[in-house]
Design a protein around this ligand. Structure first.
Ligand code: SAM
Length: 325
């Protein structure tokens, strides 16, 4: 009897999931079409089941579940983040029940454990969530060692492609009293960073990589700007490793998150994209391989909350250690 009701529940859940996913595709389709303001000539439908960045040739990429021409992605992603920027931080709390704070705290703690006094570039840094945590860690460390936090020679550099997100970040920094010797904000594309080669100790990117058009290019840029021995660190949504949690997570993501986005940010479609972009991003294993193929060494990842998110780490080798450049 129990087994039967479990089966009924499961098929109900599967039906719900399918209708959620169908709705997701429909909303996303109309969002993309509307934002392009053209018929669907440049946008084609593709199922989301394939894992990783299986792009069709070099001219196409993903925008959520859609396959689009590469040159369109940046502006579509730009529209998403310009639209969500004012409510971005509130939405993060609402969508994750505040748990994104724990993920970010742990990520920054790991980073700072080995980064005292080092230069940090926070790519796709948005409204400053990671940078501000680094500043707080630096201040704490400075107090512990009874020295001024300004003994850090470089401010945390926050780079983002979107001016609206940066604007919110600058305002938050001012409100919190962070100085320009602690944090600097500038516009830049993760695929073409306005940063000298071999100059940065730590490159970090949090929930940004899945939004770039060409993930491989962004990884190569990370490798270029890091000094030999420098560390790449990424926090990103991953693939959930527990099937029961995965099903619940899918139901929540496709049925609830866009609705919250609609109510709080008046923008259901943008949150639909964010949910879809998570499903399209390579699995932890695939992304770790991409890092290795780019040249990073000691590559590792650490799952949080059943793999809902994962922390990645890798090092640019020093000359003499498999140096290929
Ligand atoms: C989900 S937000 C993450 C913000 C912040 N890192 C955090 O963890 O809260 C993603 C950010 O990636 C930025 N972004 C998207 N494509 C980018 C690119 N090609 N180069 C730099 N930033 C990009 C967006 O503008 C947005 O601010």
């Amino acid at each position: 009897m129990r087994g039967r009701s479990l089966l009924v529940e499961r098929s109900r859940a599967a039906r719900l999931w399918q209708s959620g996913a169908r709705a997701a595709r429909n909303v996303s389709q109309s969002a993309v079409s509307a934002s392009l303001n053209t018929p669907d000539a440049s946008v084609s439908s593709q199922d989301s089941d394939s894992e990783g960045e299986k792009e069709k040739g070099s001219t196409q990429t993903h925008f959520g579940f859609r396959t689009i021409r590469k040159e369109l992605k940046s502006s579509l992603v730009g529209q998403v983040f310009s639209s969500v920027a004012p409510s971005y931080d509130v939405m993060n709390d609402l969508m994750s029940g505040g748990i994104h704070r724990v993920w970010k705290d742990l990520f920054v703690k790991n980073m700072c454990a080995q980064s005292k006094g080092l230069s940090v570039l926070d790519v796709a840094g948005g409204t400053g969530d990671i940078a501000f945590r680094i500043i707080e860690e630096r201040r704490r460390a400075a107090v512990l060692r009874d020295m001024s936090s300004t003994s850090y020679t470089t401010p945390v550099m926050v780079c983002d492609i979107n001016d609206e997100m940066l604007k919110v970040g600058r305002e938050r920094a001012n409100t919190r009293g962070y100085t320009s010797s602690e944090v600097s904000f500038f516009q830049g594309d993760a695929e073409k960073l306005p940063i000298e080669s071999d100059s940065v100790d730590i490159y970090c990117i949090s929930f940004g990589m899945r939004n770039v058009t060409d993930v491989q290019k962004a990884l190569q840029e990370a490798f270029r700007v890091l000094r030999p021995g420098g560390r790449f660190m990424m926090l990103e949504f991953g693939k959930v490793d527990n099937p029961v949690v995965a099903q619940a997570y899918d139901l929540y993501s496709f049925n609830i998150i866009p609705k919250i986005g609609g109510i709080v940010a008046s923008d259901e479609a943008s949150y639909q994209y964010l949910v879809e972009s998570i499903r399209r991003f390579p699995s932890q294993k695939v992304f770790a391989d991409m890092m290795r193929n780019t040249g990073f060494e000691e590559v590792s990842f650490l799952n949080r909350t059943f793999g809902v998110v994962a922390e990645y780490s890798g090092f640019k080798p020093k000359p003499g250690e498999n140096w290929t450049n």
